[in-house]
Design a protein around this ligand. Structure first.
Ligand code: S3P
Length: 486
């Protein structure tokens, strides 16, 4: 089916706009040319921030915002269900607000009733309508990739874009398998956003082995499979976060998960009637990692992090910190909204270096920048293995993390896909101004490092913290950190 004329026109307009990339970026790498251009454009409104070492330890209760992965999914599944889904604890960060806006643009009614309390009146599977404008997914890879899955099996036309960071990230990992179900994608060179999508008239179920460990790719295929008749089968060699599978079941879909070595095979029966369900979003373990690391590093600290998600496919950092001697206590383990949660009690601890196996990477993929900060302050050399996927996050996180540490006086190296951090048992000197590359986790990792170093650590731009952790600065400062703009 050819692209409708108006589609072609809007795509051409976008492709000839200021963000056009000349040349061919690598097939599945980070497109740094685009990112550098985007960062330059961002320089104007950037907000520098500094983290000096606090005089006393951090203390008190630090309630982190809702889980980002679960929040995106709650809005998306709510929009695909029949009836009204009520969500509590939704992360109101910019990434998730982009998903809320996109689901509205596709015809769902999305209403905010109070802090973290949202309602979604869904349209049923196959019921989304053509958006009348470009869907802008901001900085969010999860929003963009999962939405590609939904749009691929709706017979509508849409165009998706994002900020300079997202426009540099690989999308072929979703568009290639989604083309096999019958959707058509027209993208920039290298398969990057902006992307025009013509969803399949009648989607086909597929059987697909995900070639990289990615919950986003797996979830995109399952979301597409919802509107395909028959069984969609997705195989992953390494188990990745299973929030989509859990939520599909919670909304009444027929999903089976078989373990296969370290991986899993997920089978979904298509065209179920998804029924609205309440979702209680737990605290995000990936956000909790920052105050948790700060408490470990600042002498005299003791904090409590209540209701943090403890899904076993997200707890690689806790296992690693245990090996480093962190002594974190998990209290009051319980199940809330279908996900395991607990309260974490963390105090200052002397850490030792660690060797993190590659197999653990999917269960802590977003935690490597802050783990590397901890390793830089620990005694002995740490080796963090198998980090190829870090190169295609909001920034090239492997390079950005190494640069963050190096500019603050830590010894760090990259060997193939491994990162080596040579800790001395003491924080490095600090004093560096870290380039954050539009990456929230690089920004927060650098600020946490500054709470431990003798010289304050600065970041070039704090604005992207709001994508995943709105209120980070206030929360940290109420616990005793003195983060300040400057
Ligand atoms: C996510 C999956 C991970 C993770 C991201 C959220 C999700 O990405 O890094 O922050 O919600 O599915 P990949 O699937 O690309 O590994």
């Amino acid at each position: 089916m050819p692209l409708p004329a108006r589609a072609v026109k809007s795509v051409i307009a976008m492709l000839s706009g200021p963000n056009c990339l000349v040349g061919r970026p690598p097939a599945e790498g980070n497109c740094m040319t685009d990112r550098v251009a985007g960062e330059a454009a961002h320089g104007a409104g950037s907000r520098r921030m500094f983290a000096p070492r606090p005089a006393a330890g951090l203390s008190g209760t630090v309630a982190v915002p809702g889980d980002k992965s679960i929040s995106h999914r709650a809005l998306m599944f709510g929009a695909l269900a029949i009836g009204e889904t009520r969500i509590s604890g939704l992360l109101q960060g910019e990434d998730v607000l982009r998903t809320a806006a996109a689901m509205r643009a596709l015809g769902a009614q999305v209403t905010r009733d109070g802090d973290g309390i949202w309602r979604v009146a869904g349209r049923g599977i196959g019921g989304l309508v053509e958006p009348d404008d470009v869907l802008d997914m901001g900085n969010s890879g999860t929003a963009a990739r999962l939405l590609c899955g939904i749009l691929a099996s709706h017979p509508i036309f849409s165009v998706m874009t994002g900020d300079a960071s997202l426009r540099g990230r690989p999308m072929r990992r979703v568009t290639e398998p989604l083309a096999a179900i019958g959707a058509r994608f027209t993208a920039r060179e290298g398969g990057r956003l902006p992307l025009a999508i013509v969803g399949a008239e009648e989607a086909l179920p597929i059987d697909y082995m995900v070639p990289v460990p990615s919950a986003q790719v797996k979830s995109a295929l399952l979301l597409a499979g919802l509107n395909a008749p028959g069984i969609t089968r997705v195989e992953e060699r390494e188990a990745t976060r299973d929030h989509s599978e859990n939520m599909l079941r919670h909304f009444g879909a027929d999903v089976t998960v078989e373990r296969q070595g370290a991986g899993r095979v997920i089978s979904l029966r298509g065209q179920p009637e998804l029924l609205a369900a309440d979702v209680a979003v737990p605290g995000d373990p990936s956000s909790a990692a920052f105050p948790l690391a700060a408490a470990l590093l600042v002498p005299g600290s003791r904090i409590l992090l209540p209701s943090v998600g403890l899904n076993p496919l997200r707890t690689g950092l806790l296992a690693t910190l245990d090996e480093m001697g962190a002594g974190i206590m998990v209290r009051n383990r319980r199940v809330e909204g279908g996900e395991p949660v607990g309260d974490l009690e963390v105090a200052h601890a002397a850490l030792r270096g660690v060797d993190v196996p590659a197999e653990r990477a999917p269960s802590m993929i977003d935690e490597y920048p802050i783990l590397a900060v901890l390793c830089a302050c620990a005694a002995g050399t740490s080796r963090l293995r198998g980090l190829a996927e870090l190169r295609v996050k909001e920034s090239d996180r492997l390079a950005a993390t190494a640069a963050l540490l190096a500019i603050n006086g830590a010894r760090v190296g990259i060997e193939g896909d491994d990162m080596l951090v040579h800790g001395t048992g003491h924080p490095p000197a600090g004093g560096g101004l870290v380039t954050t590359h539009m990456d929230h986790r690089i920004a927060m990792s650098a600020l946490v490092l500054g709470l431990a170093t003798g010289n304050p650590v600065g970041i070039d731009d704090s604005r992207f913290i709001d994508t995943s952790f709105p209120g980070f600065v206030g929360l940290m400062n109420r616990a005793g950190a003195g983060l300040r703009e400057g």
